[in-house]
Design a protein around this ligand. Structure first.
Ligand SMILES: Nc1ncnc2c1ncn2[C@@H]1O[C@H](COP(=O)(O)OP(=O)(O)OP(=O)(O)O)[C@@H](O)[C@H]1O
Ligand SMILES: [Mg+2]
Length: 319
C-alpha cells in the first residue's frame, strides 16, 4: 500500500543538569530573572513524529514516503532515514532554516525547561498534496505538524478523495474546535491517546459515540493499559506487550503507530494491526530514543507469537 506520512521532522537536543533548577530561582528577583545552567551531557537525537513512525514501518518491511519540511541541517538525518528504508524524496528543504528543534534540559528532580523552535516546520503549510510526485497515495497520515499544514492536508485529502488517518495528538491545543471537527469528519480513522480523546470530546462537544460514528474506526491508546479499537458497534481491547525493561518512553506512541500501519498496509485485520503496534511499542520502550530500537522480521514475529495468535498471518513477513 502506498502510504504517505505528513507531520513534523525534528531534532531533539537533550541535556542533563546535575543539580536542581529550583535552587537557582530567586522568587524575589523574578523581574530580572537570568539563568544559565552548565549541563553535564547533551545528545542530539533524531526525532519528529513522522520519521519516528516511518522508521518502525521500515523495520517491518514497508517503504513509507515522508511528505514534510526540514532545514539545512537535515542532510545526515536524511541519509540515515534512507539507509533505514524510508523514502525521503517528498521532503522539501527550506533554505536558511533549521529543522524543527526541541531543546530540553532535565534536572535531578526530573524538572524540565524546554523550548521548541519550529524552524522549517513552519513552512509545511506551503506544501500541497497536489504537488506530490510519483504514485498516488492510497493512504495519508495527518500527524502533528504546523497547524496550517494539518488543516490544508485534511481539505486536500477530501478534495482528492484520498483516505486519511487523523492523528492530531500534541497539536490539538493549537487547532480550533472547527478545525478538529473538520479533521474528524470524513477521516478513515482517528488515532489518539486516552487524554487526547477526552480533549477532543471537550473541544468539539461530541460524545465518544458521535466521534466514533464519524470515522470507520478509531484507535485510542491507553499507555500501560494497552489500546482499544472502536469500529462500528465493536470494541476491541488489545493488551500491552510487557517490555523486559523500560529504558526510555520517548516515541512509544509513534512506534505503536508504525507497527499498526505496517499491518494495515498489508490489509490485515485491525486486531492484528494493534497487536503489531503493541509489539513495536515494547521494542521502543526497551531502547533509548524514538528510533533506538531495531529488530529483524524474524525477531518481530517470534516476539509477536509469545503474546498473540496471528493464525500464521505473519508468515508473510518472513517468507
Ligand atoms: N508501560 C508500557 N508498557 C507496555 N506497553 C506500553 C507502555 N506504555 C505504552 N505502551 C504501548 O504503547 C502504546 C501507546 O502508548 P501511549 O498511550 O502512552 O501513547 P502516547 O501517550 O501517544 O505516547 P507518546 O508519549 O509517545 O505520545 C500503548 O497502546 C501500548 O501498547
Ligand atoms: Mg502520542
Amino acid at each position: 500500500m502506498e502510504i504517505v506520512l505528513t507531520g513534523s521532522i525534528a531534532f531533539d537536543y537533550l541535556m542533563k543538569f546535575p543539580g536542581y533548577f529550583r535552587d537557582h530561582i530567586l522568587p524575589d528577583n523574578l523581574e530580572c530573572l537570568s539563568l544559565s545552567f552548565l549541563v553535564e551531557s547533551m545528545v542530539r537525537q533524531p526525532g519528529g513524529i513522522v520519521p519516528n513512525i516511518a522508521y518502525t514501518l521500515a523495520l517491518m518491511g514497508e517503504r513509507p514516503r515522508l511528505f514534510a519540511t526540514a532545514g539545512e541541517d537535515f542532510a545526515e538525518y536524511r541519509d540515515a532515514l534512507e539507509r533505514s528504508g524510508v523514502d525521503t524524496s517528498g521532503i522539501r528543504l527550506i533554505k536558511g532554516e533549521f529543522t524543527a528543534s526541541f531543546f530540553v534540559n532535565t534536572d535531578l528532580a526530573n524538572a524540565q525547561i524546554a523550548s521548541f523552535y519550529p524552524g522549517a516546520m513552519s513552512a509545511a503549510g506551503d506544501l500541497s498534496l497536489n504537488e506530490l510526485e510519483g504514485k498516488r497515495p492510497e493512504l495519508v497520515l495527518i500527524s502533528p505538524n504546523d497547524p496550517r499544514a494539518m488543516v490544508r492536508y485534511v481539505s486536500e485529502c477530501k478534495q482528492l478523495g484520498i483516505p486519511y488517518i487523523y492523528d492530531p495528538s500534541q497539536q490539538i491545543p493549537r487547532l480550533t474546535d472547527d478545525e478538529i471537527k473538520e479533521g474528524l469528519e470524513g477521516a478513515l480513522a482517528l488515532f489518539v491517546n486516552k487524554y487526547e480523546f477526552r480533549m477532543i470530546q471537550k473541544r468539539t462537544g461530541l460524545s465518544p459515540w458521535e466521534i466514533k460514528a464519524l470515522t470507520q474506526f478509531s484507535v485510542v491508546t491507553l499507555g500501560e493499559e494497552g489500546s482499544v479499537i472502536y469500529q462500528g458497534e465493536k470494541e476491541l481491547r488489545i493488551p500491552v506487550v510487557t517490555p523486559n525493561q523500560i529504558i526510555d518512553p520517548t516515541g512509544v506512541g509513534d512506534a505503536f503507530r508504525g507497527g499498526f500501519l505496517a499491518g494495515y498496509a498489508r490489509g490485515w485485520d485491525l486486531e492484528i494491526c494493534a497487536q503489531m503496534g503493541a509489539v513495536a511499542a515494547a521494542f521502543c520502550l526497551e531502547h533509548e530514543g524514538p528510533q533506538g530500537h531495531s529488530f529483524t522480521p524474524s525477531e518481530l514475529v517470534a516476539r509477536f507469537r509469545e503474546h498473540f495468535d496471528d493464525r500464521r498471518i505473519l508468515d508473510a513477513l518472513i517468507n
